[in-house]
Design a protein around this ligand. Structure first.
Ligand SMILES: *Cc1c(COP(=O)(O)O)cnc(C)c1O
Length: 408
């Protein structure tokens, strides 16, 4: 019964008098992360990191840098540079902007969620002239709006188009391929993309799509703890670097590029995260890009089918759901209450809604080191929690059945 203080805070009617007390308390170290970062980390990666650090100027470490550099190019499907910064994903994005643009430059920023909003803020913080192309949260960015704005720019004032590929806050995937094509047709503007929750989840062939800058972070598709961020720079991005006059020091990519040719870094890198990076990328190479993308697509289908079968509407517009994250908008149900109950009963951590979506949306992360079992478990835990709360309106088990069908 309602023993703990935490549980006392709940609406008394919600106490499940028929539940065995033990079931409300998860056993130790059984937390399952189903948030869009940090994501679960494989044991082999944890083990690779769990060793004594070595000198970052040693030959042994240089060999690690050399291998990870090749692996990172493979992941990005690029011949260009992929540079590693000690920082979170935002550092990579900020680096992408300040290394390619100059004071007063005009940029087009896509904004259809929390992360799109963030890039508008970063660009404004550096005094760029930002034109925002907005879409409602839950909707994808309108590719035509980008085409029209770029075609109208005969003076070639637009220096970059900045957008988020997978908008984590809403679970929407934007059509980066098409927008990058429109940018290419413009001729001079760069495409700077936040691929933090798309890289390692879905196809992001940087060179083939002509994306000039790709930013990502270790705690997402890389199956690593937080702490490393990655900026991939194509040839056109380096040309822009030569002109760029925005202030930079720690995030100046010039020294990163220069030291990378000697398999080194300008500053002390997170040595142990590098050990993990090498192990994680090796796992990814063994699985193969196609298989990784197929797995994420399958998990998206299962999560979507499961939620729909339970009667919980999806937040992202139909057909635009991210392969990394499924946002759910449970009509008439407090999403935070449900999310907290799933955590308390099953020790599965789901993500909540951000900003005005708090309490209205919860999000199931299925990014990185996630298997079919994790998705089935999450769907069934959500379903069982709804039933316990007296909020399950359909056939008990319908969600699990639909998810299992989608996985098979
Ligand atoms: C997580 C995330 C980031 C980076 O956030 P940090 O907290 O700086 O690592 C950026 N963009 C998107 C879309 C993300 O999901």
């Amino acid at each position: 019964m309602c023993r703990s203080k935490q549980r006392m805070r709940w609406d008394m009617r919600r106490c499940f008098l028929d539940s065995p007390i033990g079931s409300l308390h998860a056993v130790q170290d059984k937390l399952t992360l189903m948030i869009p970062g940090p994501t679960p980390v494989p044991e082999s990666v944890l083990k690779a990191m769990g060793r004594h650090p070595i000198g970052h100027r040693s030959g042994e470490f240089q060999a690690v840098v050399q291998r990870t550099t090749e692996q990172l190019k493979w992941l990005h499907q690029t011949q260009g540079d992929v540079l590693v910064i000690t920082g979170s994903g935002t550092a990579a994005m900020e680096a992408g902007i300040i290394n390619t643009l100059s004071r007063g430059d005009k940029v087009l920023c896509g904004d259809n969620g929390k992360f799109g909003e963030r890039w508008v803020k970063v660009a404004r913080a550096y005094g760029l002239e930002v034109e925002v192309i907005q879409a409602e949260w839950g909707q994808p960015l309108d590719t035509e709006a980008f085409r029209l704005a770029l075609e109208a720019d005969s003076a070639k004032a637009i220096k970059a188009v900045i957008l988020t590929h997978s908008e984590t806050s809403t679970g929407v995937i934007n059509d980066l391929e098409t927008i990058a094509r429109h940018v290419k047709a413009h001729g001079t503007a760069l495409t700077i993309a936040d691929c933090v929750t798309s890289l390692g989840a879905t196809d992001v062939p940087m060179d083939a799509w002509g994306v000039d800058v790709v930013a990502s972070g270790s705690q997402k598709g890389y199956m690593l703890p937080p702490g490393l961020s990655f900026v991939a720079m194509g040839e056109r991005a380096w040309q822009a670097y030569e002109r760029s006059d925005l202030p930079k020091f720690y995030l100046d990519l010039g020294p990163y590029r220069k030291t990378a040719t000697k398999n080194s870094n300008p500053f002390t890198p997170a040595v142990n995260l590098y050990f993990g990076l090498e192990a994680a990328l090796e796992m990814m190479q063994n699985e193969g890009l196609e298989a990784i993308f197929a797995r994420h697509a399958r998990h998206r289908s299962a999560a979507q089918a499961g939620m729909k079968a339970i009667g919980l509407p999806l937040f992202a517009a139909e057909g635009h759901g991210s392969p990394a994250i499924t946002a759910v908008a449970p009509d008439g149900i407090d999403a935070e209450q449900l999310r907290k109950a799933v955590k308390e009963r099953y020790d599965i951590l789901l993500a909540g809604g951000q900003d005005h979506l708090k309490g209205k949306v919860f999000r199931i992360g299925h990014l990185g080191y996630v298997c079919d079992r994790d998705v089935l478990t999450a769907v069934s835990a959500i379903e069982a929690t709804l039933q316990s709360l007296g909020l399950h309106s359909g056939n008990m088990g319908a969600g699990v059945a639909a998810a299992a069908t989608a996985l098979s």
